[in-house]
Design a protein around this ligand. Sequence first.
Ligand code: KG4
Ligand code: ZN
Length: 357
Amino acid sequence: MIRTLGIETSCDESAVAVVDGDGRVEVSLLSSQIAAHAPYGGVVPELASREHLKALPYLVDQALEAACGPVEMVAVTAGPGLIGALLVGVRFAAAFAWGRNLPLVAVDHLEGHLVSSLLSPDGGAARAEPDRVLALVASGGHSSWYLMDHGCRVRLGRTRDDAAGESFDKVAQVLGLGYPGGPAIDALARHGDSSKVPLPRPRLKDAPFDFSFSGLKSAAVRWIREQGLVDAGAGDGEPTAPVCDLAASFEAAVVEQLLSPLPELAATYRPHLVTASGGVAANSLLRRALSEWGDEHSVETLLPACSLTTDNAVMIAHAGQIAHRGGRSDDPRRLDARAREAWQPPGMRRETSGAGV
Ligand code: KG4
Ligand code: ZN
């Protein structure tokens, strides 16, 4: 594998990284757009594209200066995500690679999250992917279980409505905790009692590997309104016990939903490794629950360092390296971006996850 420049612009963070040939992180830079979108109460796609345009040249210059040697390849997120935001990263990466005659690899954002758990949490070389990995990706836009096996990715289960991160963000918004809501709920939950607020955990009879968050989210929002706790978490004051109890109860229910398919998935696929990635994999209860499950069932579990759970360019660079080692290279003059998820059941091979699909 070769030293790789990774570029990620699928949503509201411009990320650039340089990863060496063994998957060690040499530089990882992030420019968050949270402040730019805050006045609008959500991500404004047009604004996101403009912010990426402003940030990328500076981030790339900085990354090249801090890298331990010249980059030999470029990997860029080509989808899924906001199309305008993706196009900024894709065209930047294509021009960069073409101008320097470097190989270019288009990476699926979800593939990036999937391989992020193989990156070393302490700066060492990345781990090779074993066969039969069950992998949860839980973020602001996606919540699915995948089977990773011999380079093949199959989506086995998914949320039928909201993503887990999206539901954390919504409940946090109603409590006045700001965006992103996951970390704030996680922090409050540590001071709360998860048995205090009864919340539903709906199961889908016809689809044991799927789950749902919208009923759970609506019940939590209803409870907050009934208790007169709208915006109760805003400001600098100490959060009250009911706010902390709601946070703990909601977090416990989301984690239970995410892990609910695991026993049957494990019995069916007999994994060598179980991983979780994506922003929600930073959640302290999810991390604890997954590793306890692994200990109880003698199955190895692996989680990325918290800094690599949310969107970053290290995972994109490493996913590009793996794809390039498998023979992938994309034409910079033809590289396109796509907004939608490429992997649908019964699953597609890695080769289909690149540009223009
Ligand atoms: O992977 P990511 O950075 O972006 C997407 O690809 O969507 O995930 C962001 C999501 C947000 O919804 C955020 O609230 C959630 O991850 N998140 C968390 C935690 N940290 C971030 N959710 C629960 N607990 C956390 N500690
Ligand atoms: Zn993501």
